[in-house]
Design a protein around this ligand. Structure first.
Ligand code: GLA
Ligand code: ZN
Length: 668
């Protein structure tokens, strides 16, 4: 399995059989060695119940053998065919308003439905036993982008029943549910599990603890849905990998749990997808951080297993459904691919081979346009493959080695979604304010979980640590005590993990000692930003202000407007061998930059580059590979250190062209 650096997502069922060998030979000719097949092909493979028609796919696999292409097979459970719906209309998911979401698109399935499970079992068993041992088949993907299911979770009676069972497993008794959900409020006490319903739209308000459990339940449900299929596959297709195409920071499914079932994770990446906010992009571009969020997602994906990963769908041309995004500029597709590799991707699979005649995704263009005539995407990707494949083989197993980590938590994300406090306060956006500053400094970042071993890191940034258990507080305290530098931000230690407020102690509760601060008052900055003074200069904080009362901490910055002007906004406290920073508000870019300067002692040394020029390295004890990427649409001046050896002979060490990349190597 050494030659798997590039692949395509291919849908032979969209094309006449005569075309297949032309397509596959063109793939081979351009250096593609992997194809992903069949993840939406249920109706073509089982046109009526039990009437499997696997012959056409068998032909495709034989052709793949002829062209030396390895295959990843998908199970098609994100697109149950019309006959399944006819048989069981109630697999169509119910949204929180109680209305069904009907057949005609995809993802029209409930993951709890026992009859649907049975149908899937029949299909996957037949499919995996038919193709599982085929020599071309190297791996599997179950369903597609799990968690991207219906925009809303499913609230049907089967999901409700599964929720009750999950709650019984978690809490044991109904009394414990009542206690953990605080049901005395508004007479919400339950006498039995049967009284518990899915949190459909209510007449007024929602119980935040129930809402949190509903999210956690759904993640578990989807993971169990995956495991149910994965078990069948493993039984019938031994020695093959199972991976999944994750969607960056999308949070419906806890990817750490999912990853335990996978040999490696994959990620889908569409940097000019139709959903982009071009106004926001313009601002980011002006600061040179247009691709910082993409970098963050790649770092997150790598961090899940702290290992190399695949891109299972990388944008290959202009894309959209009803509305389209910008067409990639010359060089951009290669640059996005290289950025993925730089952050740890081992394989890049392009979505998709060819733009399709029909369906919702007619305008989601592939490497080939509708005409089938190779154009810009084809030639750019072909050149890229030839250029970068040897390098990808060389760096396999070598990864970025960050000394700085950002804490990411599904539960915190859910809790902040349930109660965002401020209309614009968004968990990911808040994390991103820290990531972006590190990105601009070319500082590599891992994302870590709350209770993970943080000892590889000098600096851990833990934004919005809203839910706090005693165990977690102890973990944070130990990290600082042993010499770690820890940053937390507003709303830390406010709640128990069940989403009930912590009481009988000043905020941030168990963490007051390590941070040397207490928070007795706070402000929601609905109609204003707050001024923050640091080193005599005025900057801006927004959305929220924790008004800090230092007990033993030193003040780094104070508020400079509102009635709490002169009160502390950012503090630092030496504790044990480390330092603990509390940041009371969301910092603007300039203030973030100045705050980060305060952490200089624990930030790794990196090269300064012009805005939009990113550098990240994959390294081990012997060697570093530096990837230099210009995400700006203009040529920029750079200064490459003399001891970095150019990987490609034509690289200009003083300049990098618009949307281009360079690679350097340094032996240690
Ligand atoms: C997702 C899906 C693909 C395809 C693309 C384009 O990432 O996984 O099946 O739909 O988007 O829309
Ligand atoms: Zn359901």
């Amino acid at each position: 399995m050494e030659n798997l650096q590039f692949g395509v997502d291919y849908y032979p069922e969209h094309w006449d059989e005569e075309r297949w060998s032309i397509d596959l030979s063109m793939m081979k000719e351009m250096g593609i060695t992997v194809v992903r097949l069949a993840e939406f092909s249920w109706s073509a493979l089982e046109p009526a119940e039990g009437a499997f028609s696997f012959e056409w796919l068998a032909k495709v696999l034989d052709l793949c053998a002829a062209f030396d292409l390895k295959v990843v097979l998908g199970t098609p459970t994100a697109a149950p065919p019309a006959w399944v719906i006819e048989k069981m209309p109630d697999i169509q998911p119910m949204a929180s308003d109680g209305a069904r979401r009907y057949f005609g698109g995809r993802h029209h399935d409930c993951q709890s439905h026992p009859g649907y499970r049975e149908q899937i079992k029949q299909y996957v068993t037949a499919f995996a036993s038919h193709f599982g041992a085929h020599p071309q088949v190297i791996g599997w993907q179950v369903d597609n982008e799990l968690g991207n299911s219906h925009g809303d979770l499913c609230y049907c009676s089967y999901c409700e029943a599964a929720f009750r069972q999950w709650l019984e497993g978690k809490y044991g008794t109904i009394e414990a549910v009542n206690q953990n959900w605080g049901t005395t409020f508004w007479s919400q006490d339950y006498q039995s599990f049967t009284q518990i319903h899915a949190p459909k739209n209510t007449a007024s308000g929602q119980n935040p603890s129930r809402a949190l459990d509903w999210q956690l339940f759904h993640s578990d449900l989807i993971n169990e849905f995956h495991s149910f299929q994965a078990q069948i596959i493993r039984e019938h297709s031994p020695n093959r990998f199972i991976t999944h195409n994750l969607m960056g920071f999308s949070n419906v499914v806890n990817y750490h749990d999912l990853a335990k079932q996978l040999e490696f994770v994959s990620h889908d990446q569409y940097l000019e997808g139709y959903w982009r906010n071009y106004e926001k992009d313009k601002v980011e571009e002006n600061y040179g951080t247009k691709r910082a969020f993409a970098a963050a997602e790649l770092d997150f994906i790598r961090s899940i297993k702290k290992a190399g990963f695949w891109i299972m769908e990388q944008q290959s041309s202009i894309s959209g459904w009803d509305i389209l995004g910008r067409t990639p500029k010359p060089g951009e597709i290669s640059l996005w691919s290289v950025q993925s590799v730089a952050h740890g991707a081992d394989t890049i699979v392009y979505f998709r081979w060819r733009s399709c005649k029909m369906g919702t995704e007619q305008y989601w263009h592939g490497i080939l346009p509708h005409s089938g005539i190779p154009g810009r995407s084809y030639f750019e990707i072909k050149t890229l493959i030839q250029k970068i494949k040897p390098l990808m083989k060389e760096v396999k197993g070598i990864l970025p080695k960050p000394k700085v980590a950002i804490v990411h938590s599904y539960a915190q994300h859910y809790a902040m979604q349930i109660q965002p406090h401020h209309p614009d306060l968004n968990y990911l956006d808040h994390l991103y304010t820290y990531y972006r500053e590190l990105y601009q400094r070319n500082i590599a970042v891992d994302f870590v979980q709350e209770l993970e071993d943080w000892s590889p890191y000098q600096l851990v940034i833990a934004p919005l640590q809203y839910l706090m258990s005693p165990e977690q507080a102890q973990h944070y305290t130990n990290f600082v005590e042993k010499g770690g530098h820890l940053v937390v931000t507003m709303r830390t230690g406010v709640k128990e993990r069940n989403n009930l407020c912590l009481i009988d102690q000043a905020l941030p509760g168990d963490l007051s000692a390590v941070f040397g601060v207490e928070v007795h008052e706070y402000d929601c900055l609905r109609d204003v930003d707050v001024q923050v003074q640091l080193e005599g200069e005025i900057f801006t904080g927004s959305k929220w202000a924790d008004i800090l009362t230092p007990t033993s901490a030193e003040v780094i910055a104070t508020y400079a407007s509102e009635f709490y002007a002169k009160e502390a906004a950012i503090t630092v406290h030496s504790y044990g061998k480390g330092k603990a920073y509390y940041v009371g508000t969301e910092l603007d870019r300039e203030l973030m930059h100045r705050f980060m300067n305060q952490l200089a002692d624990v930030l790794p040394e990196t090269l300064v580059t012009p805005p939009g020029v990113e550098i990240i390295s994959r390294e081990n004890e012997q060697v570093s590979y530096y990837f230099v990427m210009n995400h700006q649409n203009k040529d920029q001046a750079i200064t490459i250190p003399e001891d970095w050896e150019a990987y490609y002979p034509e690289q200009d060490r003083n300049m990098i062209s618009a949307n281009q990349y360079q690679v350097y190597k340094k032996m240690k």
